[in-house]
Design a protein around this ligand. Structure first.
Ligand code: PLP
Length: 454
């Protein structure tokens, strides 16, 4: 019988995160203040984040020790399994071996607690009383709600108003962990009140929710800090437990991947899975191909410009060099698959620009087709986000069928799709359409980029 599940003991939970800053083939670009457009100082960031996380952001050390209380909580779901998808291989009739790392086994069903737990830990250690954050559909909010509950921190979550009403289940999870969840825009912030005055029925957006969460933290006199679930360097680094475990599991399987794939919204699960393999490419002569998968309707890596742009819509967040569709980007309303951020983590962007990482955009009907093919073969309903990676993995496996090559292909299954069944319903009813984000909209947004001297 072929072994399909590669499982590690709890003692194999990684003891350190991998910091790619140490191996980046290009020097880091400065992070700029949104007002002065000059490089930010740690002081500016310390209004929002504890100093320990800011130091991780700029640390040159290759390995950063994981605190023991964090490893204790990781034990609730880590190490996660590496699974060989033999039934999918059969269904595709491919000679390729397909593996996936399954992060859907965490209590909230995605990779996001890998960073929510350390962020809550470092804030607690720094004396923070409460965290603020934003959430769209609630994947990040529910992960941070669980983490804050474990460390006895209060949490205020600004949830996009349409999702608050249309997607109640993750909201109820957040509230059950003890967090306060507000439908954003709210009357709790200057920014929210100004928007509601203009339009009391404003449906909200992720950009608006970020601005409210940041305003509450910035005006709290230090009692409240802000927490972000993707894009920042320390967030990507916390996720590297995924790839570090996977390396050990491939050793158990006596294989090594030729191709590793992750879906990319802000870049955190992609980086967490693939950076430890890039480390092997950079320092150990390995030649694994690394592919980031994104939606054709939100194509920041494949069609965005690599340039300096604001991290948020309200132009209050720092300016960073990244692949961007422009900070005014509004995801097309017909898009059902998540991964809606206008930009991308700076390190992922730099690695794509330098040629170390390939980027590929996929259409949403092909993405849901892959999701169902995977569910019917392996039984697991993948999150729509993760399904972008599955699409690329299946395409690579089908190429192997053509060429007869026996490549080892691995992807990160960043979460399950149990709360995303309305998106599956839309697909089954034939309501989803393919969509290429219009070039004219990208070019128009490029005229609004900040003018910087770097
Ligand atoms: C949030 C989320 C993503 C996208 O975020 P990244 O930071 O790009 O990883 C992908 N998959 C799942 C399951 C998510 O919850």
């Amino acid at each position: 019988m072929t072994t399909t599940k590669f499982l590690l003991e709890e003692s194999k939970i990684p003891k350190a995160w991998y910091n790619i800053n140490a191996d980046m083939p290009v020097p880091p670009q400065p992070v700029l203040h949104p007002g002065t457009k000059e490089p930010v100082t740690p002081d500016f960031l310390s209004v929002l984040f504890p100093m320990s996380l800011i130091m991780q952001e700029i640390s040159p050390d290759r390995w950063i020790e994981i605190p023991e209380p964090v490893r204790e909580i990781y034990k609730l779901w880590r190490p996660t399994p590496l699974i060989r998808a033999v039934r999918l291989e059969k269904a595709l009739d491919t000679p390729a071996h397909i593996y996936f790392k399954y992060e859907g086994v965490s209590p909230v069903g995605s990779h996001k607690p890998n960073t929510a737990v350390p962020q809550a830990f470092y804030n607690k250690e720094a004396g923070t009383k409460a965290l603020t954050t934003e959430t769209g559909a609630g994947q990040w909010g529910s992960a941070l709600a669980m983490a804050c509950n474990f460390f006895g921190l209060d949490l205020e979550i600004y949830m996009v108003k349409v999702s608050y009403h249309q997607k109640p289940y993750r909201r109820i999870i957040m509230q059950s962990y003890g967090s306060q969840v507000y439908a954003s825009p709210t009357d709790r912030t200057n920014y929210g009140r100004a928007l509601l005055e203009k339009d009391p029925n404003n449906p909200g957006s992720l950009g608006i929710a970020i601005s409210e969460a940041v305003e509450v933290a910035a005006t709290s006199g230090g009692a409240k800090k802000y927490s972000l679930g993707s894009v920042l360097g320390h967030v990507l680094m916390h996720q590297t437990v995924i790839g570090i475990e996977a390396l050990e599991q491939f050793a158990m399987a006596d294989e090594y991947p030729d191709i590793v794939i992750g879906c990319a919204g802000g870049g955190s699960n992609f980086a967490g899975f693939t950076y430890p393999f890039l480390h092997q490419n950079f320092t150990n002569g390995m030649k694994t191909r690394v592919i980031a998968a994104e939606p054709a309707s939100c194509p920041s890596l494949t069609r965005g410009k690599y340039t300096f742009d604001y991290g948020d819509t309200a132009m209050m967040a720092p300016i960073v060099k990244m692949h961007t569709l422009g900070h005014s980007f509004v995801p097309p309303s017909i898009h059902a698959g998540g991964l809606r951020y206008h930009g991308m983590a700076p390190s992922v962007s730099a690695l794509v620009d330098h040629g170390d990482v390939e980027a590929r955009a996929v259409q949403q009907t092909a993405t849901f087709e892959a999701a169902l093919q995977f569910a019917r073969a392996e039984g697991i309903f993948p999150a729509p986000e993760s399904s972008h990676a599955i699409r690329v993995a299946i395409d690579e496996a089908l190429k192997c069928k053509e060429s007869g090559e026996k490549k080892v292909i691995a992807f990160n299954l960043s979460g399950h799709g149990h709360f995303d069944m309305t998106a599956y319903e839309s697909y089954l009813q034939g309501d989803l359409q393919d969509y290429d984000y219009p070039q004219a909209a990208i070019e128009a947004a490029m005229t609004e980029l900040p003018q910087v001297a770097f």
